[in-house]
Design a protein around this ligand. Structure first.
Ligand code: MG
Length: 377
């Protein structure tokens, strides 16, 4: 065989290998199918009137979404945050205007769609979360894996959640603390002139570790230091947002004068906020409704970690849809405050369960939530 014949033979062999190649061909892109996206406002009824320094209410409306494609339905929810002038109806209206964009988008390229929606939904992060959750629930179901698997997490590492005690009379505070007997840690709302009476009421019933949330309730730095120093003598582990979000310089001043870790909640909205919080806070509070869903929450967690900060995952008053979604990310955090679904009496979903505070993640694909009722409300 001369050189020319050898080359011809090699070329033919290579062509044959290409035709009969043993390599697995990349999976074809899923065929384009029609999607539908529907929204509904549901009224959640609180077991106890819920009071913080922000508001007081007996019900909360949240926005629920269904993303349907290929015979699979993904569920989502967003709880608009009053402080940011968000409401379930406002979020619904904003999403309705973007239905063609959402239904035409390729769900496998969800980063592109979520970025696009974020640009088009200024100030509507809770509505964005309602899309993010529905898309990821759909993707998980389509792939047949729970959300924690998509993020590479071990469900055994799911966090222990505290139970929240809203602002109330000493008598009702004591009753709520007794009702929370199964939880190893409590989170108490403070930020008012009645703080000492509230903590005294809690301490008259339990010696459990406490976390407190002032929700920006103290407006001067000396008062914040005085109150935090007192709370340090009351078995309190950490405090959220003692001062208004914009008082960063004062927050740094307070941090230098107390021992308790201070977490930024209202001061932290996006991953871009976190570097400037580093000097004033020990950690951040991530909430799906505040940041826009699971993808942005994961980004915030990793940015905070890279800066050496602690992370708490928190929630608004929501159904088991949002709380289960947040619980899937809880193996990544130091603290969990995921009790929003336990504060309501008409949860339309089942999902994550809680055993002595430990979050038990569902192992079914997607979020693993099940719609219990489908009545309009
Ligand atoms: Mg908070």
């Amino acid at each position: 065989m001369n050189r020319r014949e050898l080359l011809q033979t090699l070329a033919a062999t290579t062509a044959g290998l290409a035709l009969t190649g043993r390599e697995v061909a990349p999976a074809a892109a899923p065929a384009a199918t029609t999607a539908s996206f529907t929204t509904q406002v549901r009224r959640l009824e609180l077991r106890h009137t819920w009071t913080t320094t922000m508001s007081s209410s007996a019900t909360r409306d949240t926005l629920h979404t269904h993303y349907r494609r290929d015979g699979i339905t993904g569920y989502g929810e967003g709880a608009g945050i009053v402080r940011y002038q968000q409401s379930a109806l406002g979020g619904q209206k904003a999403l309705e205007a973007l239905l063609p964009l959402i239904t035409a988008a390729d769900p496998w390229s969800y980063e592109k769609l979520l970025k696009d929606l974020d640009r088009r939904l200024p100030g509507q992060r809770a509505a964005l979360a309602a899309v993010d959750l529905a898309l990821l629930d759909w993707l998980g179901k389509r792939m047949g894996v729970p959300i924690y698997r998509l993020f590479g997490l071990d469900p055994a590492d799911a966090a222990v959640t505290n139970m929240s005690i809203g602002i109330d009379t000493p008598e009702l505070t004591r009753q709520k603390v007794r009702e929370a007997e199964a939880f190893p840690v409590l989170k108490v709302k403070v930020g008012l002139a009645t703080d000492e009476a509230t903590i005294d009421a809690v301490r008259s019933v339990t010696k459990k570790p406490l976390r407190v949330d002032a929700n920006e309730g103290w407006t001067n730095k000396e008062e914040a230091v005085r109150k935090i120093n007192w709370l340090e003598s009351q078995g309190v582990q950490l405090i959220e947002q003692p001062l208004p979000a914009h008082m960063l310089e004062e927050a740094r001043w307070v941090r230098a004068r107390v021992h308790m870790p201070i977490f930024a909640d209202e001061a932290c909205h996006s991953a871009e906020d976190i570097p400037k919080l580093r000097e004033a806070f020990d950690g951040i509070v991530v909430k799906l409704d505040k940041c826009g869903g699971l993808i942005e929450a994961q980004r915030q967690i990793h940015v905070a970690r890279a800066l050496g900060m602690k992370v708490m995952i928190g929630c608004m008053v929501s159904s088991s849809c949002t709380i289960t979604a947040a619980a899937h990310l809880s193996p990544l955090v130091d603290y969990a405050d995921l009790d929003g679904h336990l504060l309501i009496g008409n949860d339309p979903y089942s999902g994550v369960t809680v055993n002595k505070g430990k979050l038990i993640l569902p192992s079914t694909p997607g979020l693993g939530v099940r719609l219990l009722a489908d009545k309009k409300g």
